[in-house]
Ligand binder design. Structure first.
Ligand code: GRF
Length: 179
């Protein structure tokens, strides 16, 4: 059995997809967040999954927060740490500590559109497709080795929200498979 710790910041729909997929030989050891009000925490707790949070606002530096978070994560002895909408830029120390066992999902076809507002930027650039990328995390933002990618069309008249919804449906299929 492999232990997985999932980190979220908000609704956690990707986390829910991974939990619901009941991946063979995988135990969701914990769902952790940088916000005690992340909606996904409640969902996980209701299903008997251990949850916890650490508010980054209570730390004086990025490294102090990451170090405390690493301690929490390591208590669950994870084989894999899964970032699922965890809206934090990670320190090189955090990335090095989990090298090769830290995954992220990013809502663009990397290496295009790293960072935020990916669907708006794809629209502005006139792209005809959008998508998502699951990758191992390295210290460089949204740049680690790619595990898998999903692609959807951008249709005439689409808003960024339309694209986000279309991409999210693909994320929910792709992330459990990647795990
Ligand atoms: C997803 O679009 C994911 O690609 C990005 O953040 C969003 C998280 O959504 N990293 P959710 O919290 O999993 O619903």
């Amino acid at each position: 059995m492999k232990n997985i710790v999932i980190l979220i910041s908000g609704r956690g729909s990707n986390m829910q997809a991974i939990v619901n997929a009941a991946v063979p030989n995988v135990r969701i050891a914990a769902v952790l967040s940088n916000s005690e009000t992340a909606e996904g925490l409640k969902w996980a707790a209701e299903r008997g999954i251990p949850t916890d949070s650490l508010n980054h606002k209570n730390f004086t530096s990025r490294l102090a927060f990451d170090t405390a978070m690493m301690e929490k994560i390591d208590a669950y002895q994870p084989d894999l740490v899964v970032l699922a909408g965890f809206m934090r830029i990670l320190t090189p120390e955090f990335c090095a500590h989990y090298e090769g066992r830290l995954m992220n999902i990013h809502p663009s076809i990397l290496p295009s559109f790293t960072g935020l507002h990916t669907h708006e930027r794809a629209l502005e650039a006139g792209c005809r497709v959008a998508g998502c990328t699951i990758h191992f995390v390295t210290a460089e933002l949204d740049c680690g080795p790619i595990v898998s990618q999903g692609i959807v069309p951008i249709l005439d008249g689409d808003t960024a929200d339309d694209i986000a919804a279309r991409v999210l449906a693909v994320e929910h299929k792709l992330y459990p498979k990647a795990v």
